[in-house]
Design a protein around this ligand. Structure first.
Ligand code: IFM
Length: 455
């Protein structure tokens, strides 16, 4: 029988995703994914890096679970590679692929680490892309069938499930801007893909309920938007960008409708959805997974299509190696926004972290001071939201390991643990030590003023 009770106590975790860390993408009968194909297409990924080896986690996973235990985390968020389980995307189950995740889950539990399983973190089986991918009307059904296989295999051991990671990035990166797999640039396809992802989420929730799963979330990338000036143009542009990034996926699952701005943004490319199309999207998750990295200060700009808005770089403020502004207050703001808009649902911060150009290790230590400062300030920002009664249940640092950062390849490093680019040896950075100490001291959860001002 599925485990019913929600995890008690605050979850302190690290997060990863399959294609970014596993390597061996075709091992033991797995099929290729769209990211395997994309990374092997010259010019698509910086330096033509691929996930062929990545962090070699597929072979070193036991060592990685030990690493997590030494960091003192009590939770781990990871994703399942759909094409390991279903090499053709539907139909025949590849048992060795499924067994890999079963062993991982068992070992996590032996070490007292709660698994949080993301069903889809961007690596659609290539065979399904050949059948139309997320633009196909059939895609929600493919997803629900895949989800059911995982629910049945792991529901006795996994309590926390996430249907999709960052449907906005899947949609905008994969089908509008084309910098992510499958690399399309089609304003016409884009709203259809978003709609199918929302249908897939709803189908994944329904299939989970039928299997007795009680904790199913949706992980969204959220980025609070602030107008660059009080002008009406900038305020309207900010509202459009807010709809596009923050509300496009959450409003339908909570309210069964899209934000009004979406039609303005997509114009004639916006489909005529019927009332029943929209109602079918209403599938409130049991929790929201918030992936927070930065904010945007927004200026109206008609040349920036389709939204007619652009982000204004805040030159005097610190930025990460991704050129994302470090803005901890944005995390407090976005958590409070969720609380107010969606009725204070349970929330996990399912990703938060920063890429920096780390110094080389010296005598077995890596002093990543900027990442330590980033983590500290964001944990404090989370504490401020908790003080204002946001129902925050856990925090997952992105990422456990330096890994494959999509179209940036291995150039951007988010890990609390360094992975040597040549021999893949792991080394816990100062940020990992900071995180371990924060968990030790404040294991019950972050409260305002609780977290250390200095390490
Ligand atoms: O690495 C990604 C992750 O896969 C999804 N959220 C953002 C991270 C940093 O870009």
């Amino acid at each position: 029988m599925p485990t019913k009770s929600p995890p008690s106590g605050f979850l302190w975790g690290t997060a990863t995703s399959a294609y970014q860390i596993e390597g061996s993408p075709l091992a033991d009968g797995a099929g290729p994914s769209i990211w395997h194909r994309f990374a092997h297409t010259p010019g698509r990924v910086l330096n033509d890096d691929t996930g062929d080896i990545a962090c070699d986690h597929y072979r070193r996973w036991r060592e990685d679970v030990d690493l997590m235990a030494s960091l003192g985390v009590n939770a781990y968020r990871f994703s399942v590679a759909w094409a390991r389980v279903l090499p053709e995307g539907t139909g025949r189950v590849n048992q060795p692929g499924l067994d890999f995740y079963g062993r991982l889950v068992d070992t996590l539990l032996e070490q007292g680490i709660e698994p949080m399983l993301t069903l889809y973190h961007w690596d659609l089986p290539e065979a399904l892309d050949a059948r139309g991918g997320w633009a196909s009307n059939a895609s929600p059904g493919w997803f629900a069938d895949y989800a059911q296989i995982l629910y049945r295999a792991l529901r006795d051991r996994v309590r926390l499930w996430i249907t999709l990671n960052e449907p906005w990035v899947i949609t905008a990166g994969g089908y509008l801007y084309g910098d992510m797999a499958p690399g399309h640039s089609s304003p016409h396809e884009t709203p259809i893909v978003a709609h199918n992802l929302l249908r897939a989420h709803a189908a994944g929730v329904a299939s989970g309920r039928a299997e007795g799963i009680e904790h199913i979330g949706l992980a969204v990338n959220l980025e609070p938007q602030y107008p660059a000036s009080p002008s009406t143009d900038d305020i309207a542009a900010t509202a459009r960008r807010d709809a596009f990034i923050n509300r496009w996926f959450l409003d339908p699952v909570f309210f069964g409708r899209y934000p009004a701005e979406m039609e303005t943004i997509f114009g004639t490319d916006w489909p005529d959805f019927t009332a029943s199309d929209l109602e079918a999207l209403r599938a409130p998750p049991d929790f929201i997974g918030v992936n927070y990295y930065s904010r945007s200060v927004v200026r109206a700009d008609p040349t920036e299509q389709p939204v007619g808005a652009r982000r204004v770089r805040q030159e005097t403020r610190p930025h990460t190696a991704m050129d994302w502004e470090v803005y901890p207050q944005g995390l407090t703001d976005i958590l409070l926004w969720i609380q107010g808009r969606y009725g204070n649902p349970p929330v996990y911060i399912t990703e938060n972290g920063a890429a920096f150009d780390d110094p080389p290790p010296i005598a077995g230590r890596l002093h990543d001071r900027e990442r330590v400062a980033y983590l500290r300030s964001h944990l404090r920002a989370a504490s401020r939201a908790v003080r204002r009664r946001v129902d925050l249940r856990g925090y997952f640092a992105w990422s456990l390991l330096d890994n494959f950062e999509w179209s940036y390849g291995y150039a951007k490093r988010f890990g609390l643990v360094r992975v040597d680019p040549v021999d893949r040896q792991r080394l816990i950075k100062d940020s990992g030590r900071f995180y371990r100490d924060a968990i030790r001291r404040y294991g019950a959860g972050p409260r305002h003023g609780d977290l250390p001002a200095r390490t």
